[in-house]
Design a protein around this ligand. Sequence first.
Ligand SMILES: [Mg+2]
Length: 126
Amino acid sequence: MSDKKETTFSDDKTTLSDVQTFLYEFNKKRGWHKGAGMNPKNLASAISVEASELQEHFQWISTDEAEELKDAKNRDKQIDYELVDVVIYCLICARSLNIDLAKTLQEKMEINKNRFKVTKRDGKKE
Ligand SMILES: [Mg+2]
């Protein structure tokens, strides 16, 4: 995909691989795809920095005020963009480390399933 071509991504039509390829091409055109900048150490740091930028939006508000932000009409678009910044760096980092995200997510959830067993009481929670 080129920068000139209009791309329309959506969660139900776009794969992780589509987005990773788009990000790779975006970075390649700018010479950011190789060299010291995009190594796993720096990318892990970038994930943390972007997560902090996201958290900054919630820092001094109450839990109730944060719940109200679930309604997209009331939400500062910058919150969405900070979350996407985290995702972007996660996708680039995964590609940098040759991690198959979907496969690894499935493996990790299997670990979580065994770690956090569902109890009879859990089924009664809302
Ligand atoms: Mg940011």
